[in-house]
Design a protein around this ligand. Structure first.
Ligand SMILES: [Zn+2]
Length: 532
């Protein structure tokens, strides 16, 4: 393939990837809406085939050779760079590749079908969540929490093995380990990222301690407990706002369906999601993936789908807004862009849009305009809503570093004492006391560690960018984020360019400055954002 003119090389590889990628996305979707052994096998087979094509060493050599020449066409150059990154990530021998795909598929189906057993009853994810969010029965909470962690022991050895295999492939390419390789291929400098994590740890320390002390004293009273353990908090990982002390919007938003609310939100922004909703699979069912995601099946924006498990209330309304943010982004990318660049600039830029949308559920303007809550009612809640929005992101800012630091350590030493490391990080960042004497692979119960490796930090960068976008949009146009004009601003600045620009350049063009944690710091301190 070396010797082909760069534009021919790009179209050849693009054509080779496109059909296979679309076929894989279809199979992936099928396996998530209803897991069967045949569907799992088909999806695994296509994933392997796709990775094999991307593992073509000759193709990578040709791409590298083309990139070593001067290329003035920026779009052509970016396509070659995108190819270089994705082909490099897939260089490994066939046996390693097969083992990685087989192991990660097996772990993923394990998660998809796992139903923790409590008191002889198998519980689905929404039920586990409801018990931890609502129950006053501490013993039941503890049993439910412990049962939700049992999947960790079930997959632990396979997750360690995945880490070893991924490291092996990274070592062959000269990287220190898989974690470092992944960051580099995401165009994310490790030093910069961990600098940001340190900065966020510093500026959230005092407000988080203050917020958590108040929460803890309420929880101690509620549960009549001297010491609080992980099962006293509102979810299995203490990543969501507990109901205590937050404004529950369940009764306010439950009158409308989460799906209608999401559609209406984006309609106000001038983005029509009715086609997306029609293609989507939105309600819980047996053998269906219990989480939520959005998929642009053919990367044209014309077949975007959401998988969700909507039940009435605030949580799934917020999740639907989040996934709709991803969908809107996928749909609004400039249709003239070539296939390889017809995608968000980076994982975290699409997470930014999703987080920005998910936050709307606690915005007074959204509650009145979209959810139809009477203004007087919202006005009474305004201060508490602003505080809850800040607290949600504060909590996230202390949870994400647990994942990011843990993953870096997992890949630095897959043989290490990971059970202890996990709880050390949970204590350091989330200030949660581990259960006495606990020595279990609770880290492996978090699905992202096995199936979405080196991904989690993108949620923090996404939250930072969400705040930066909001600040830039407000300063420039005077519009609030929930106003109609914002849809056009976001479309032009964030969505349309696809991945023509590297993320750092896109952020600077969109907001006028490089990505920083400044606006996010203002956001989590609960000041600087009008409550209206
Ligand atoms: Zn997301």
């Amino acid at each position: 393939m070396t010797g082909l003119p760069p534009h021919r090389l790009v179209t050849t590889l693009q054509d080779r990837l496109r059909d296979l990628e679309v076929e894989f996305h279809e199979a992936y979707w099928d396996s998530q809406v209803e897991a069967t052994p045949e569907r799992d096998a088909r999806r695994e087979e296509l994933e392997l085939e796709l990775r094999r094509v991307k593992g073509d060493t000759d193709a990578l050599d040709a791409v590298n050779a083309a990139l070593s020449e001067e290329i003035h066409d920026a779009v052509l150059r970016r396509q070659l760079e995108v190819l270089r990154l994705s082909f490099t990530a897939n260089q490994m021998d066939d046996a390693t590749r097969e083992e990685v795909v087989a192991l990660s598929s097996a772990v993923e189906s394990e998660f998809a079908t796992y139903r923790p057993e409590v008191d002889g009853r198998r519980l689905d994810e929404n039920t586990v969540h409801r018990i931890l969010a609502e129950s006053d029965d501490v013993a039941l909470r503890e049993r439910t929490w412990a049962a939700s962690k049992e999947i960790g022991a079930l997959v632990e050895e396979r997750v360690r093995e995945l880490a070893r295999l991924r490291n092996y492939a990274a070592h062959q390419l000269g990287f220190a380990d898989y974690y470092r390789m992944s960051l580099e291929l995401e165009e994310m400098p490790e030093e910069w990222l961990f600098g940001v994590l340190d900065e966020v740890e510093r500026f959230t320390d005092e407000p988080f301690r203050r917020w958590k002390e108040e929460l803890d004293s309420r929880l101690r009273r509620r549960f009549e407990a001297d010491v609080l353990y992980p099962w006293h908090y509102g979810d299995a990982f203490f990543q969501e706002l507990p109901q205590d002390g937050r404004v529950s919007l369940d009764s306010l938003v439950a009158k409308s369906s989460a799906v209608d609310l999401a559609e209406k939100t984006f309609k106000l922004w001038g983005i029509d999601l009715s086609g997306v909703m029609a293609n989507s699979d939105l309600y819980p069912r047996e053998r269906k993936c219990p989480h939520a995601f959005c998929l642009d099946v053919d990367r044209s924006g014309s077949d975007v789908r959401i998988l969700a498990n909507v039940v009435p209330g605030e949580r799934w309304t917020s999740v639907m807004l989040h996934e709709s943010g991803h969908a809107a982004y996928d749909m609004a990318i400039d249709p003239r862009l070539p296939y390889l660049l017809h995608r968000p600039a980076h994982i975290f830029t699409t997470e930014a849009m999703a987080i920005l949308s998910g936050r709307l559920v606690r915005r007074p303007g959204w509650l009145t305009q979209v959810a139809g809550v009477p203004e007087a009612e919202v006005e009474q809640l305004a201060d508490r809503l602003a505080a809850a929005n800040a607290a949600q992101d504060l909590l996230m800012a202390r949870w994400i570093p647990v994942m990011a630091h843990f993953e870096r350590e997992l890949y630095s030493d897959p043989e290490g004492d990971l059970n202890s490391r996990w709880w050390e990080l949970v204590q350091r960042f989330q200030l949660v006391t581990p259960p006495p004497g606990r020595d279990a692979p609770d880290w492996a119960a978090k699905i992202h560690i096995s199936v979405a490796p080196v991904y989690y930090h993108n949620y923090l960068l996404g939250a930072m960018l969400a705040s930066q976008l909001e600040a830039a949009c407000t300063a420039e146009s005077g519009n609030r984020i929930e106003d109609q004009a914002t849809g056009e601003w976001l479309t032009q600045r964030l969505f349309r360019p696809g991945s023509v620009l590297k993320w750092s350049a896109l952020v600077e063009e969109a907001t006028g400055r490089p990505l920083s944690a400044d606006d996010f710091a203002t956001h989590v301190s609960g000041s600087g954002h009008s409550a209206t």
